[in-house]
Design a protein around this ligand. Structure first.
Ligand SMILES: Cc1cc2nc3c(=O)[nH]c(=O)nc-3n(C[C@H](O)[C@H](O)[C@H](O)COP(=O)(O)OP(=O)(O)OC[C@H]3O[C@@H](n4cnc5c(N)ncnc54)[C@H](O)[C@@H]3O)c2cc1C
Length: 405
């Protein structure tokens, strides 16, 4: 039987990042993934991948520490320096910019495949043992970590198993960790569009009665301008919009976005994701520890999902390294408690804030509409308040580990 210090189930953005972070600390790591662990090839000229993430400065610091950020930049990354949020049913608008910050940008729009490619390139030159294409893998929990039986029948063992296997985590379910969940009653339509006007490195989001619509800037190619769209809609509205042909969809998008990107010239294939909030009530049990979407899923309206997962990675890494340094067992419950304490409250707060936004902007009540429009206008005039909001949004005012500061 192959024995490791830690086995990570799930080689998505979060699991692969954790594997690299723990590998740097000298631990023996295995990464087990359902799909092939092979990087794809992307051309700078497109086509665009439909799934993108708005990465915060804190996440970028982690990627720099892992030595993968330069690779992402060499593929394609679009910084944004400004962010505009407005009420599509009123006149309230707030604009954030990076001018008051120590760094140049508010964040970066990166295709998920770019992140994954860079992580996989780095894994190939690391000591992490990667087991890809394991769709029939079996987890046998022992009360302190457990065995992982690969498709070939080969058993692996570790005293700490990490569930990085996404929202419907098999490992989380097997461990019996309960989850609080609710349906956001939104489905996200995701695609890439070519726009008439340049975005000026501005991420824009309009709150409509049916849900928020974000235009996220992508790099221009040969003078043509592109944005990634995340349009969250009530399910019935999503049915209607999804049924439109590309021309009708483009016209509808342009109308609700108040032509702020000019004409929508071209629309790529559209994808649809039902949105659900999930939050595990514990982040560990009997040597199983949860990170990323296995621990929490959140509405994409503030682009925080993977950023929260990456901070789980950073904090868990820090706690495991500290424990080893103290001569403690890195898999001991009190060590994993420290990780849980540092993450669960923060993630919970972020979820509450997202639900608050969703309720505030979904309300039809005239009084609430007046309040939110006034609130947006007022916030726009208060530089200190804006600085505080941006500080939280870019993830640097939170509890982030020393090693990536
Ligand atoms: C429409 C939309 C827009 C979003 N936009 C943003 C954004 O702008 N910014 C942001 O921060 N977040 C965003 N998110 C959230 C973000 O995409 C997720 O938080 C992130 O992908 C989670 O990464 P993960 O690695 O935890 O999980 P996943 O990406 O789900 O990866 C899990 C991996 O585990 C593998 N796996 C599954 N089961 C097993 C098993 N039993 N054994 C082994 N492997 C297994 C899967 O194949 C997969 O590779 C968005 C989400 C949506 C739906």
């Amino acid at each position: 039987m192959q024995t490791y210090d830690v086995i990570i189930a799930g080689g998505g953005m979060v699991g692969a990042s954790l594997a690299l972070a723990l590998d740097r600390s000298g631990m023996r790591i295995a990464l087990v993934e359902q799909q092939a662990l092979l990087p794809g090839s992307l051309s700078r000229r497109g086509p665009w991948q439909p799934r993108v993430s708005a990465l915060t400065e804190a996440s970028v610091k982690l990627f720099k520490y892992l030595g993968v950020w330069e690779d992402m930049i060499a593929q394609r990354v679009c910084p944004y320096t400004d962010m505009v949020v407005w009420d599509g049913e009123g006149t309230g608008e707030v604009r954030f910019d990076a001018k008051t910050l120590p760094q140049q940008n508010l964040g970066y729009i990166v295709e998920n495949d770019v992140v994954r490619n860079a992580l996989l390139h780095k894994l190939a030159s690391s000591k992490v043992q990667c087991y890809g294409e394991q769709s029939q893998v079996d987890y046998k929990l022992s009360g302190q970590g457990g065995d992982v039986i690969l498709e070939s029948g080969e058993p692996l063992y570790a005293q700490l198993l990490v569930a990085a296997d996404g929202a419907n985590s098999n490992l989380r379910q097997q461990s019996g960790i309960p989850v609080n969940q609710k349906d956001y009653r939104h489905h996200a339509l995701v695609t890439t569009v070519e726009t008439e006007l340049f975005h000026h490195y501005t991420a824009r989001q309009v709150f409509l009665d049916s849900g928020p619509l974000a235009f996220l800037p992508l790099e221009s190619v040969d003078g043509r301008h592109y944005c990634s769209i995340v349009w969250s809609l009530l399910p019935s509205e999503a049915d209607r919009i999804e049924a439109l042909n590309d021309d009708e969809f483009a016209r509808e998008l342009q109308r609700v976005f108040e032509s702020r990107a000019g004409e929508i010239l071209k629309v790529d294939e559209r994808f649809r994701y039902p949105l659900r909030q999930r939050h595990a009530r514990q982040y560990h049990r009997q040597g199983i520890v949860l990170v990323g979407d296995a621990a929490h899923t959140i509405h994409p309206l503030a682009g925080q999902g993977v950023n929260l997962g990456l901070m789980d990675v950073a904090v868990l890494t820090e706690e495991l390294i500290k424990a080893t340094g103290r001569g403690d067992d890195y898999f001991a419950p009190h060590v994993l408690d420290r990780y849980q304490r540092r993450r669960i409250g923060h993630n919970s707060l972020m979820m509450t804030a997202m639900s608050g936004f969703q309720n505030l902007f979904g309300a039809n009540d005239l009084g609430i509409r007046w309040m939110r429009n006034t609130g947006l206008k007022l916030t726009n005039r208060l530089p200190l308040m804006k600085e505080m909001i941006v500080g939280h949004a870019i993830g640097l005012s939170n509890d982030i580990p020393e090693f990536i500061r």
